[in-house]
Design a protein around this ligand. Sequence first.
Ligand code: NAD
Length: 496
Amino acid sequence: MSTPIHIGHHIGGKRVDDDARTAEVHDPARGVVTGRVALADAATVDRAVAAAHGAWPAWAATPPHVRARVLFRFRDLVERDLDRLAAVITAEHGKVLDDARGEVVRGLEVVEFACGAPSLLKGEYTGQVGRGVDAVSFRQPLGVVAAISPFNFPAMVPMWTFPVALACGNTVVLKPSEKDPSLALELADLLVEAGLPQGVLNVVNGDAEAVNRLLVHPDVEAVSFVGSTPVAEHVHRTASEAGKRVQALGGAKNHLVALPDADPAVVADAAIGAAYGSAGERCMAISVLVAVGEENADRLVSELRTRIDDLRIGPGDGEVDLGPLISAAHLDKVRGYLDTGVAEGAELVVDGRDSAPAGDGFFLGPCLLDRVTPEMRVYREEIFGPVLAVVRVDTAEEALRLVDTHEFGNGTAVFTRDGGAAQRFVTAVRAGMVGVNVPIPVPMAFHSFGGWKRSLFGDHHVHGPEGVRFFTRLKTATMRWPHSSQGAQLTFPSFS
Ligand code: NAD
């Protein structure tokens, strides 16, 4: 067995390491420790913020098209290294290589969007708001911003925020998940290679201690967070109290509503991919299948069973469909939900404990719970594993009510051949992202991503136009160039 590598930080344009505390990083497919990640204390966070603060005036003064050139080069470097980066993700997260490549590509699309900085930051001009008076509105960067990300997308989620933040002229301190910290450091190295000036993007590794320092640091202007709902709520409250702009994206329980007219084979294919891809560790995973009508439900359960039998489980660098969960503790938690569901009266149609490969990896095969009801914990809580719950209802209205009354409102999907039914669902449903015959409706980079209810705390979604608004402040200048004195005016100014 090889010696675990040491994983530090990236501050001021180079790798640094000076923390006493560390955490283990695992290869989840084999259950072995492959690294030890430094856990930043407040002093290390302060160094990173100081580096970002020092770099900010020059970066903010760099013209947007020149900032964009760095992102263009970064884009090409990420593409050049796509396979290597995907392998880094699979080694620490466990997801299948193709899936890892996919998340890097979704991140790259945000870089491509951010390369449009000169257009994105164009202001508005009105001539002659009064005689000889013009007005211009434009957006300016905030300063140092913090980005805090979860384990499940070590490339895509950081890339939701830092490309847009940088394009808008901010400098960044990124705090990745301590469970798979290496990818963020790789991205920081590529930004240096692309020509990003020292200190413009810094990576501090760490846990709650580092996050809590970032949330109150006087030189941090804004916090963009993605993770579980309890932590998102804490981040939103604490950073808001400290006077910062905050967006905090939380957990999810995404429902796929299958109306009786939808083709069961199409629904089953969609549900299999959306429920079990990445072992269910996606905030946009489908974890509830709402089947409208008993006959429809019976047919869907039967179609799902057949497909589950064909899924291959194993290390993500092999020929498999799903890899392991992130940690032994998380595996225990997800397995526990299966017992809870059965005790609550659900029917465990497929028990993934039986199909988990032997060995020390953190594996659980796909699980299917039928006859789940809204009172059950397996329905109410986010499980974040390969567990699909089937809820049976009689009408489309009942299905909509279920989605609407759930505490989370990240994504949802309706499957139907009826355009009117789909339109009613899209209009009425209380969720931030909706799919029509699309099970994982993740918006493209030039739209914005975000949930409703307890899936997002704050006003702005991420990337796209909302990302630009989040990472900038609006300023409006009203300008006159008088040739001679026009006398004092004591009434409230109005232009005519
Ligand atoms: P997590 O909340 O445990 O951790 C997220 C980040 O917060 C990490 O960087 C972690 O170090 C930090 N953190 C953890 N506990 C903290 C605490 N007590 N105080 C301050 N900081 C703390 O989430 P996770 O397990 O890494 O990721 C999975 C969760 O993220 C799921 O709930 C998933 O739904 C959610 N998620 C949501 C979205 C979205 O877009 N809404 C996207 C991806 C993941």
